[in-house]
Write a protein that binds this ligand. Structure first.
Ligand code: V47
Ligand code: SF4
Length: 388
């Protein structure tokens, strides 16, 4: 729920932001039109100050990160022609198409000795059904029993349900029994019908994406959520999207974190159509999306920045714009690198610590459910483990 906080109104120069700042500071819920005003305001510093105050009321100076590893087991996808923003997917016979064998998955999983979470997402592959993922999760848990499995977007879950002629609930129960712990937040894109029909025409509809998460939450499977911004969506579309996420969170409380995803325009149809290749989102819009997420989603504890998408430096600055969580060490990211991300494919633990400390914040290593593993609060850089 919303947490009241103190704000220094003299730091907010846009008069349109002041009443919203007073409302948010009093712990009152922001309306959709407040959200639109936040997005439209040119006062990025005022917005940042407001989001930072809201964030610090919840988390003080602590910033979480997790030691995770991304694994993308298949890029074969039946929606390859209709998700025009995607650079990653291939048709089954297309050059570059791949589907990992179990041995390849296990070899990739073994590459990083210090990992606490596998983040597994891929394409909608007709040959990667329930049995493929059950075998994968069982094999991963047998080899790495302590590692959390965050896998399969709502879109992938619905695809498995369709090809196996099962209900979403049955698929989730079967995958949980095989080792699935939580769901990642992808596949949400932007919920607006008009946007979806332009960028992801045949993708799971908004209500169905929400419903997969609702069913997961009901089963006790927590999940994340995202919004892909910076393509054809309007400010109103963004707020409609955030309103739907906020409403489901009111209902279930099952979302762990919100992650805005910056659209990357290289090597995909949408980037060509918009004439945007080589032009990513702006730092200004990246910060705004994170700050508005913090203020509008008053029932979310965590707002996560994905440094791979917005650069480590924007992620670092965002720690003063409402963000309390940084995507972790991420070994070998593929989806955004295919789409033009120029950031590294992984980050060493020391570099994550350096970024967080450089922003004057205290790094806290967490597990996938936000339990504290260790806090790096020693003046000499030493860490202290959480009390058992
Ligand atoms: O749904 C695809 C996005 C998502 C592009 O839950 C693109 O912790 C930008 O689910 N430009 C999948 N984005 C990734 C995902 C995710 C990522 C980080 C953290 C978490 C989490 C989940 O990737 C897709 C889509 O929205 N995507 N193509 C592109 N060209
Ligand atoms: Fe397939 Fe996901 Fe890419 Fe769409 S975004 S083509 S569903 S991999």
């Amino acid at each position: 729920m919303a947490v009241p906080f103190e704000v220094d109104l003299s730091l907010i120069t846009d008069p349109a932001l002041r009443p919203i700042a007073e409302k948010a500071a009093a712990g009152e819920r922001l309306s959709p039109s407040d959200g639109v005003t936040l997005f439209r305001s040119p006062d990025i510093v005022g917005l940042g100050h407001l989001a930072d105050a809201a964030n610090r009321a919840r988390h003080g100076t602590r910033v979480y990160f997790a030691a995770n590893q991304h694994i993308n087991p298949t890029n074969v996808c039946i929606l390859r022609k209709t998700c025009v923003f995607c650079s990653y997917a291939r048709l089954p016979k297309e050059e570059g198409a791949y589907r990992y064998t179990m041995e390849q998955v296990y070899a990739e999983a073994a590459a990083n000795p210090y990992v606490r979470e596998f983040h597994i997402v891929g394409g909608l592959d007709m040959h990667a059904g329930l049995a493929y993922y059950q075998e994968m999760f069982r094999g991963l848990k047998a080899r790495h029993p302590q590692v959390h499995i965050k896998a399969l977007t709502a879109v992938e879950i619905a695809h498995i349900a369709r090809i196996e002629k099962m209900s979403v609930e049955e698929v989730l129960i079967a995958l949980r029994e095989a080792g699935l712990d939580t769901l990642p937040g992808g596949g949400a894109e932007v919920f607006s019908k008009a946007v979806r029909s332009t960028i992801a025409d045949r993708k799971l509809a908004a209500e169905d994406w929400i419903n997969v998460h609702r069913i997961a939450h009901r089963l006790g499977i927590r999940s994340n959520c995202t919004m892909l911004y910076g393509h054809v969506e309007t400010i109103e579309d963004r707020i409609e999207h955030l309103s739907m996420l906020r409403a489901l969170q009111d209902e279930t409380g099952g979302f762990l974190t919100y992650i805005p995803l910056a659209y990357h325009p290289d090597h995909n149809e949408l980037g060509k159509t918009l004439g945007r290749e080589g032009t990513a989102t702006s730092g200004y819009d990246d910060l705004r999306n994170l700050a508005v997420g913090r203020l509008f989603l008053d029932n979310f504890d965590h707002i996560k920045t994905h440094w791979i998408m917005v650069t480590p430096f924007i992620s670092q600055i965002s720690l003063h714009f409402g963000v309390n969580d940084m995507e972790g060490t991420v070994v070998r990211e593929k989806i955004y690198h295919e789409a033009g991300a120029r950031t590294a494919q992984g980050m060493a633990l020391e570099d994550v610590l350096k970024l967080i400390r450089g922003a004057g914040r205290v790094p806290v290593e967490r597990d996938s459910l936000y339990n504290v593993i260790r806090t790096f609060d020693g003046a000499d850089g030493a860490s202290s483990a959480a009390a058992a």
